[in-house]
Every structure is written in C-alpha cells, then in structure tokens.
Design a protein around this ligand. Structure first.
Ligand SMILES: [Zn+2]
Length: 259
C-alpha cells in the first residue's frame, strides 16, 4: 500500500515518528508521501523523508498560508531551491484553494496567484502536484480551464461534486478520498467514489486528520490506510489485494520519481 498523503511533520507525531513509520510498514504500507504546507514546513518534511527509506516529500505552499498572511508573496526561487536536485522530493504540494477558511473570499486574488505560480512551476519541472480544494470549485475550475497546460497531479481528500470530478478526470488527474469516506453519513462521497475509475484512484490517510471508521476523532496514522483500502474494496467489489495493487501502481505512475 502507498499512503499518498500523511502530514508526518505535524506536531501530533512529535517524538514518535519511528513507531508511526514502523507500524505502517508492519501492516504493509511500503511508501508514505509527506506534503508540506509552507517553506518552513518543507525543510522539516525533507529531513523526515531522508530519515526513512519508504518516506518521500512534497514541497509546496498551502492556500491557508495566504489566508493567514494576506501579504505573503511566494518567491518562486526559494521554492525551486527546496526542490531542485532533491531525490526525495517527488512533487509539489500541497497547493490549492480554500474558501472554507475565507468565506468572504478576501484572499481570492492571492490564492489564485499562489496556486497558478505553483502549477506553472510543476509544468516546467515536470513534477506532479497535490491539490487541496475546499469550497472553491468554481474558482478552481476557472483556473484549470484557463491554463494552456496543466501538470499531472492528484486531488486529495475529495469532497466536491460530480461535475467537477468529471473535469478533473478529463484533465488526467488522480483522485483520493480521506478517512471520512468510511463514516456513516457518507452517501455523497460514496457516490463520487463510484464515479471514479479505479485506474485513477490512489490511497491516502491525510494523517493526522480524518481517522477512518471506528477510529474517528483519534490521531490518524499511515497504518490506517488499510482501513480505507478495505472500505474501498467493498465499493469496487474487488479484493483488498487488488485495490492495493492497482492504487500502488497508480501512485508510482503519478509520483514517478519514487521508481
Ligand atoms: Zn493535507
């Protein structure tokens, strides 16, 4: 199994990373991809990736950065410096747009700019992107449609509607669902899983958030990706082994620097 999204740099894992990574390996998680949320976090994420054989890093700036710091301007050179020549950095993320934390959309311009710059960089560097989107469907659709070329990438923790899913799939993106897909009132998400072809699905936990199933409310960990995998196996009417095999193959195609 490959957990494509676990924030191992989060405080929740402070002092117990060895155990968290080992217990994931013990249940068959071969690789873990760790996104960063800003440039500071990227340094920490990269050092974690160097510490463990199966752990890889993403470098990028999350939209919350400009929500919290509207004056923030991304110096693209700094981002490039963190990525260039780094074998363990396998993509740009997590980037995206979020109006859940900015209902008034005061930071719309800044978010669009930050997002576009990183998409363009991904095209130039031939790297995949990992995209976060919350309550920003329309705005993101506009950005994606406006670009001559979009990089390959993954929409993580999917929560948007079917029309947007269709666009995303038509542009070649992969999709992953968080542990919330396993929750009781998950009908909408289950419908969306059913519209997602297996060859575009990858697994994620979004640790330490969204612990699946019975673990809801606890600190989530990469080892729990098997709970998401077995839930998805039920929906696709496949064995867990098949789900693991296909989603791992997909993840290796997407994050091809891991090969
Ligand atoms: Zn995330």
């Amino acid at each position: 199994m490959i957990d494509t999204h676990a924030h191992l740099s989060d405080q929740a894992f402070e002092g117990r990373l060895d155990e968290v990574v080992r217990s994931a390996e013990d249940v068959g998680v071969e690789r873990i991809i760790v996104p960063s949320v800003d440039l500071q976090d990227a340094i920490k994420v990269k050092s974690i990736a160097k510490q463990y054989k199966g752990v890889y890093a993403l470098v990028g700036v999350h939209p919350e950065k400009v929500i919290n710091e509207p004056e923030f301007k991304l110096e693209i050179d700094k981002l490039v410096k963190l990525i260039k020549g780094e074998e363990r950095v396998v993509g740009i993320g997590e980037i995206g747009m979020d109006f859940y934390w900015d209902k008034q959309k005061k930071t719309k311009k800044a978010q669009v700019e930050l997002f576009k710059k990183q998409l363009e960089l991904a095209v130039v560097m031939s790297l995949p992107v990992v995209i976060h989107m919350r309550e920003a469907e329309e705005e993101m659709m506009e950005v994606i449609k406006s670009m001559d070329r979009v990089p390959r990438g993954q929409f993580h923790c999917w929560s948007s509607g079917g029309d947007f899913l269709k666009l995303v799939l038509s542009k070649g993106f992969y999709v992953s669902f968080g542990g919330n897909v396993t929750y009781k009132k998950n009908g909408v998400l289950v419908d969306l899983v059913r519209q997602t072809p297996l060859e575009r699905l990858v697994l994620e936990t979004d640790s330490p958030y969204l612990a699946p199933g019975e673990l809801r409310g606890r600190v989530n960990e990469p080892k729990n990706v098997r709970i998401v995998a077995s839930f998805l196996a039920g929906l696709y009417e496949k064995s867990v082994e098949e789900i693991n095999e296909i989603t791992s193959k997909n993840a290796l195609e997407l994050f091809n620097k891991m090969n």
